[in-house]
Design a protein. Structure first.
Length: 226
């Protein structure tokens, strides 16, 4: 049964990575097709609040704008999903996690740039002399598009500031889900998205397989004399 968005673990270490990880598994593994947890606009809004991309007042403003114009809610969901998929392709290529496809990567970067440029066009500069820096770009001035604009900004922040040598991927080839995370362990030894999830599941499955392999096959004698 798919995890509800309100319980989906935030393990990426950055909102951009947690956005990428709203699909489980990230690639088809063990016969399971990927499930998109952003099932509707309000799942997106709930996730954005959990990821600290919006506050409670902004949640109310966005919900009100979407209620008045349901089409804008679907547009926001589509834009956020577009950023997510373009960011995923870019991260896989930039880290060498998959063989690079120059055409696909270029298209993904173009989509990210387009979404981010549009978000900047709906932003404003704010002066706060008591902060550092004193001037900041306030993203998300149009409530109906606030969430995808914040998502686009988070994606670009990740690409510009993250240490890519610290990016890990829950290993699909070993039964992991393919989620991407920032590995802050001392020796860069983190292997799983969460040991309590994929790590434990894979270990349990391997133990079951070993026990099954150790059982005598049907019709095989267990008498040591043959």
């Amino acid at each position: 049964m798919p995890i509800d968005i309100s319980e989906l673990p935030l393990v990426g270490g950055h909102p951009g990575l947690d956005l990428v990880n709203t699909v489980t598994p990230r690639v088809a593994v063990r016969g399971h097709e990927p499930h998109d947890h952003l099932v509707d606009p309000f799942a997106l809004l709930l996730w954005a609040r959990r990821a600290a991309l919006v506050d409670e007042g902004e949640v109310r403003a966005v919900a009100g704008a979407w209620g008045r114009d349901p089409g804008s809610a679907q547009a926001a969901l589509g834009a956020a999903r577009d950023v997510r998929e373009a960011l995923h392709v870019t991260l896989l290529a930039a880290t060498g996690m998959v063989p690079q496809d120059a055409a696909a990567t270029g298209a993904a970067l173009d989509r990210l740039h387009s979404r981010w440029s549009a978000s900047v066009g709906r932003s404003t500069l704010v002066l706060d002399a008591e902060s550092t820096p004193a001037v900041r770009l306030a993203v998300g001035m149009v409530p109906a598009l606030l969430v995808p604009d914040r998502v686009a900004d988070a994606a670009l922040d990740l690409l510009r500031t993250a240490d890519f040598t610290r990016l890990g991927r829950c290993p699909p080839d070993s039964g992991g889900c393919g989620w991407i995370f920032l590995d802050h362990s001392r020796n860069s030894s983190r292997r799983w998205c969460r040991m309590a999830d994929c790590g434990t599941e894979v270990k349990a499955r391997r133990l079951t397989e070993r026990r099954r392999a150790a059982r005598p096959s049907r019709g095989q004698s267990t008498d040591p004399r043959g």
